[in-house]
Design a protein around this ligand. Structure first.
Ligand code: PLP
Length: 487
């Protein structure tokens, strides 16, 4: 148990040593062995620069842009850089572009939905149209903002279907959104057709480029045949891009761009009716640290445009190598074309269980992301590929073959039939914390161990649980984990 408030303070060196020991239990953020959550450009010295810049501004407060002009200036520079990367700014078809720095992709998407909702106060029950492949943050935005979510099926290639998207637009639609690319499969939606359909109906169109917005333009410069998705596309009214993803900045920075200031205006929250300072916030937080912004500014300035082009080229080469490794492995195939920064594989062999494969890879210190089946989409394994992966491709290819053989030898997960029956019969409201604790301990979850947890059984169980039940199961489980560690 950790003690965050000892009776007597602990010397700085000791605190740091303790924390370093703690961090050793985490998945590796650097080195190209973790294919989700983290983005590593493998540039020597970059981390030191970023954390030094972070420390310089850690106590700066974004509450008031006048009090800390350094923050305002660096934010404006980040917005300008993002606009340039995404086809906006002077000399483009979106010269009036404006934007805000947010804490991450989810906040950017919530704010895009808020701006759209509040731009149409006459609509009583506002609606948001997205393809089913859109990031879950849209569902969260809809939930928080009391906007109805219209989920539109995608085509067989996991691309949003522009005809179906257009048909879903109704009189109460305040926003249509699509992805460039989608997280699960790395597929770029047909943005031009969708934006045109939205514009024709006078509806805003948001492009969620949180994931790939900083790398797709560079991939296009390298010759990748990808659809246009930025402000050069007529009808695109806003775009989000996360700097803590392919701009390789420390966590906590995304940019939300609007084609002009009128479109952004309803994004702000202002309140003067209380005895304190008038609150004017572009984002969800009021007080927010200048640290992430400073770190992002330092990162962009150090890497530069030419550096991002090089990183995109390395990433592209790594993607090609990993895709070839998947194709060359018996029993595996690519689920979607690997033409962005995602490699998504599925199994062609009933004897090769992807959940078992993911565990076998984890045991060899390769950390991938299993994706549960969804509608017609089969179970898959997702790899988010970053520049740091390139030198590891050959090693991964060997590990993948070995893990596939090991998984085949182990065989597919078979869940106890009574557990399957119970899961099928359970309704979310029947899930008590005790029941979930019992299930978790059956699988050895949440217990301290030096071994990576064997997740195959858990994933297999989650895969048979209906979505609402799965949500509730995981809420209860996470709630069990998130308990104060009283000493
Ligand atoms: C396409 C897309 N949109 C939005 C998000 C949400 O970003 P964040 O986790 O920074 O809130 C992600 C995260 O992976 C994403 O891939």
């Amino acid at each position: 148990m950790l003690d965050a408030l000892p009776a007597v303070g602990v010397p700085a060196d000791q605190v740091l040593d303790e924390m370093k020991a703690l961090r050793r239990g985490d998945l590796p953020t650097h080195g190209g062995r973790l294919f989700a959550y983290v983005y590593d450009p493998a540039i020597p010295g970059l981390d030191t620069l970023a954390v030094t810049a972070y420390a310089l501004s850690a106590h700066v407060n974004g509450l008031d842009p006048l009090a800390f002009p350094s923050l305002l200036a660096t934010e404006n520079a980040l917005v300008a850089a993002a606009a340039r990367v995404l086809g906006a700014g002077p000399g483009t078809s979106a010269p009036e572009v404006v934007g805000s720095v947010t804490s991450g992709g989810t906040e950017s998407l919530i704010l895009a939905v808020k701006a759209a909702r509040d731009s149409r106060p006459e609509i009583e029950r506002p609606r948001l149209v997205v393809p089913v492949t859109a990031h879950a943050a849209f569902a969260k935005a809809a939930h928080y903002l009391d906007v109805e979510l219209d989920l539109v099926p995608v085509d067989a290639d996991f691309r949003a279907d522009p005809t179906a998207m257009a048909a879903a637009i109704g009189p109460d639609t305040v926003l249509v959104a699509c992805s460039a690319p989608s997280y699960a499969h790395g597929v770029v939606d047909p943005v031009a057709e969708i934006a045109a359909a939205a514009a024709e109906r006078g509806v805003r169109c948001h492009v969620d480029a949180c994931f790939g917005g900083w790398v797709l333009p560079y991939l296009k410069r390298l010759g990748a045949a990808l659809p246009d998705f930025d402000f050069s596309v007529a009808g695109v009214t806003s775009i989000s891009v996360d700097l803590h993803k392919y701009a390789y900045c420390p966590k906590g920075v995304s940019v939300l761009l609007h084609r002009d200031a009128d479109l952004r205006r309803p994004q702000y929250f202002a309140f003067a009716d209380w005895p304190g300072y008038t609150m004017i916030n572009p984002g969800i937080s009021s007080t927010r640290s200048g640290g992430p912004v400073a770190a992002a500014y330092a990162t962009l300035r150090h890497i530069g445009d030419e550096g991002y082009l090089r990183l995109a080229s390395q990433t592209q080469e790594a993607v090609r190598g990993l895709a070839a490794a998947v194709t060359a492995t018996d029993g595996l195939r690519l689920l979607a074309p690997a033409n962005t920064t995602v490699v998504c594989m599925t199994s062609t062999d009933p004897g090769l269980d992807l959940f078992v494969l993911a565990d076998a890879l984890a045991a060899a210190d390769w950390h991938t992301q299993p994706q549960l089946p969804f509608g017609e989409m089969p179970t898959s394994i997702h790899l988010t590929v970053t520049a740091a992966v390139l030198p590891k491709v050959a090693e991964f290819a060997v590990a993948l073959t070995a893990a596939a053989n090991a998984a085949r030898a182990i065989g597919p997960v078979t869940l106890p039939p009574d557990l399957v029956a119970m899961t099928a019969a359970l309704t979310p409201d029947q899930l008590t914390p005790e029941l979930v604790a019992g299930i978790a301990s059956t699988f050895g979850l949440g217990e301290e161990s030096s071994e990576p947890p064997r997740m195959a059984m858990v994933n297999a169980l989650l895969a048979v649980a209906p979505a609402r039940l799965r949500e509730q199961l995981l809420v209860e489980f996470v709630s069990l984990l998130q308990r104060p560690s009283f000493t």
